[in-house]
Design a protein around this ligand. Structure first.
Ligand SMILES: Cc1cc2nc3c(=O)[nH]c(=O)nc-3n(C[C@H](O)[C@H](O)[C@H](O)COP(=O)(O)OP(=O)(O)OC[C@H]3O[C@@H](n4cnc5c(N)ncnc54)[C@H](O)[C@@H]3O)c2cc1C
Length: 388
């Protein structure tokens, strides 16, 4: 583990950051990791884990001070996502989804909106990000949810699918089309929907391959009246806000996948050094060492790349979409590859639930699909090299 530990040490966290990471590791070890297998098996929402996260005030690290937060570096936020996800990917995505949904409010909301709405999140409320619809997956511009202005209100009609935290969120960031703007893309707008509005319903909860503790819901909006004061920016500014927001949520998705990759790697090292066949530990076989060497190399490179992207963000850079795509693509492909290898490394035991290898494999798959499928990220990166 020398190679990897050296890379992590090179980060030079401040004393305050080390303290936070230490506290996070404690709740991970005491609460989140011990709950992980049960949550996966039962599909229950991990409220105990959310309570432990909130006891540390971890939402506060991405919320400005004047709105109840205690902001810290984006790099630290990413590391926290990885630590939680390493123990329980479901809990990791629940925590990260609040960031994904609320960061656009932090970055693009006005002071009145931020003062009124963020308090709840700083105190531990959950957020959701509602973009996807049945007709709008990879191409979000195909969404059909409408926002119709009516006096001081906006009437929201439509539906969303696959919404993480969809049944548990306190605030929903919802994208839809402004009825008075004809052009499909220029009409995209965004508002904050508060919990328990008349006309809001959770239609169904998905039964999934993995991430069983995280709820993924289809939502219906039937004439919901939202105060116009909850509109972010102006009508038609939604696409710009969407693209800028995805740039910050994609490294967060990469950090979540990094957690899964770290877990799989550590399990391979542990099991490989324990399991004896033909008189040797299976890690003494050179073929297995080669496999682990390749994966370790990829993991340390990922650690460095994600830190690089975080440094760009912490340094105030706003043009890091391609770097974010590279992080999302490589972290999630590595999580999948690592988890598959981890199952293989465990032989027949890897296929059974006594070890977490099979859970890691099921949890890893979605990371290649959400927040822009990896085909879309390859397209974004590849397109940047074309001259026409
Ligand atoms: C567990 C889970 C949680 C989710 N959480 C959220 C959430 O919180 N909020 C939210 O808004 N959404 C969420 N999603 C939705 C997720 O982001 C979408 O599923 C994803 O963007 C892909 O859209 P789609 O499923 O409609 O696939 P499609 O867009 O229909 O894609 C089908 C296939 O075609 C490929 N494809 C599509 N377009 C292209 C292209 N231009 N070039 C090459 N290949 C292409 C895709 O890569 C894919 O392989 C979640 C989904 C799941 C399963």
């Amino acid at each position: 583990m020398k190679l990897w530990e050296k890379v992590l040490r090179a980060r030079r966290w401040s004393d305050e950051e080390l303290q936070v990471l230490d506290q996070v590791q404690r709740i991970v070890d005491a609460v989140i990791a011990p709950n992980a297998a049960r949550i996966d098996a039962t599909g229950e929402f991990p409220w105990d884990n959310v309570a432990a996260i909130n006891a540390l005030g971890l939402n506060a690290i991405f919320i400005p001070e004047q709105f109840g937060g205690m902001p810290m570096a984006y790099k630290l936020y990413l590391e926290i996502v990885s630590l939680i996800s390493e123990a329980c990917a479901s809990t990791g995505i629940i925590y990260a989804t609040t960031f994904h949904g609320m960061k656009p409010l932090i970055d693009f909301g006005n002071d009145e909106q931020r003062a009124r709405l963020l308090k709840r999140i700083a105190a531990g409320g959950l957020g959701a990000l509602a973009i996807t619809e049945a007709t709008a997956g990879s191409d979000a511009t195909g969404m059909r949810t409408t926002f119709t202005p009516d006096g001081d209100d906006i009437i929201v009609d439509g539906s969303k699918c696959f919404i993480s935290n969809g049944d548990v969120a306190d605030l929903y960031l919802v994208f839809g089309k402004w009825s008075e703007i004809a052009d499909s893309k220029s009409s995209i707008s965004v508002l904050v929907l508060e919990k328990a509005q008349r006309g809001f319903s959770v239609v169904s909860k998905e039964k999934k391959m993995g991430h069983n503790g995280s709820s993924t819901c289809a939502l219906a909006f039937d004439g919901i009246r939202v105060p116009r004061a909850n509109l972010l920016g102006k009508p038609g500014e939604g696409l710009r806000i969407l693209l800028a927001s995805l740039n910050k949520s994609r490294p967060s998705i990469a950090a979540h996948a990094r957690g899964i990759a770290r877990a799989a790697f550590k399990d391979m090292v542990t099991y490989g050094n324990e399991r004896v066949q033909s008189g040797r530990t299976v890690l003494e076989f050179q073929g297995n060492q080669f496999a682990l060497a390749d994966l370790a190399s990829e993991l340390v490179m990922l650690e460095r790349w994600l830190d690089y992207v975080a440094d760009l963000v912490d340094g105030g850079d706003t043009d890091f979409g391609l770097e974010a795509s590279v992080a999302k693509l490589r972290a999630t492909d590595l999580a999948m590859k690592m988890a598959l290898e981890c199952v293989q490394f465990h032989g027949g035991y890897g296929y059974c639930r006594d070890y977490r290898a099979e859970r890691l494999m099921r949890d890893a798959k979605i990371t290649q699909i959400w927040e822009g499928t990896n085909q879309i990220h390859r397209q974004l990166i590849g397109r940047s090299f074309t001259t026409k």
